[in-house]
Design a protein around this ligand. Sequence first.
Ligand SMILES: CC(C)(COP(=O)(O)OP(=O)(O)OC[C@H]1O[C@@H](n2cnc3c(N)ncnc32)[C@H](O)[C@@H]1OP(=O)(O)O)[C@@H](O)C(=O)NCCC(=O)NCCS
Length: 226
Amino acid sequence: MTSQGYGAPYAAEPRHPGWPARLGPLTVRAGTVALRPVRLLDGGEWSRIRLRDREYLEEWEPTQAGHWHERNAHWAWPPQWASLRGLARRGQCLPFAITVDGAFAGQITIGNIIRASLRSAWVGYWVSSRLAGGGVATAAVALVTDHALAVAGLHRLEATVRPENSASLRVLAKVGYRQEGLFLRYLDVAGAWRDHLCFAITDEDRGEGLASRLVAKGLATPPEQR
Ligand SMILES: CC(C)(COP(=O)(O)OP(=O)(O)OC[C@H]1O[C@@H](n2cnc3c(N)ncnc32)[C@H](O)[C@@H]1OP(=O)(O)O)[C@@H](O)C(=O)NCCC(=O)NCCS
């Protein structure tokens, strides 16, 4: 414990760099990926995709009260959007919609932002099953990580993933997150306390940029080179 005590990292800071923002584009197999703030008008597509993709998503998402159909109905979006917008205005999260060729395709959120001497947050994401394996999440994680570390002033990002979630493990490996540990019975997911692997990246790992690294590895192209 430092001389300032545990309270110091949680102290509010007057400015919240990096929000609002538009990130990308970056072109991958599935199309051209860009990130923008979530909008009230995303509700229709958000609900349509999430009702269709229940089986694909529910296995990996934190347990919540209520039935999937109620929680993901069109009318469930406005309060979620308002809550995300409020957190973003207070500098506590960066809630992005992922778009592919201009259409809503999922979400990526930097959450639980803590500044001062910690400057840390988590990253969470989901992508429509119709685009699975198309490189969308990889591009989105690279773009948002570059932004959080280079522009929003964070030093470290963490991602926690169930060991069974092969697709998400692969995404983090491609972007360059390193595995740091195993959290036992960490999070209530799909109705039970699940172990999670902890991955992290810090600003020192970013080099010339993670999106540029994807391009150099041939995993993405800036759109003009397509
Ligand atoms: C995880 C998720 C975001 C990945 O999105 P995506 O756009 O398909 O990801 P990408 O295409 O960028 O990369 C996925 C990689 O995993 C691989 N993959 C997919 N399913 C796999 C499996 N069952 N086993 C091994 N690899 C798998 C893909 O082949 C791809 O790797 P490649 O590019 O080397 O071929 C998406 O599956 C999803 O939304 N899942 C449900 C929600 C979720 O799990 N969120 C993350 C919680 S930690």
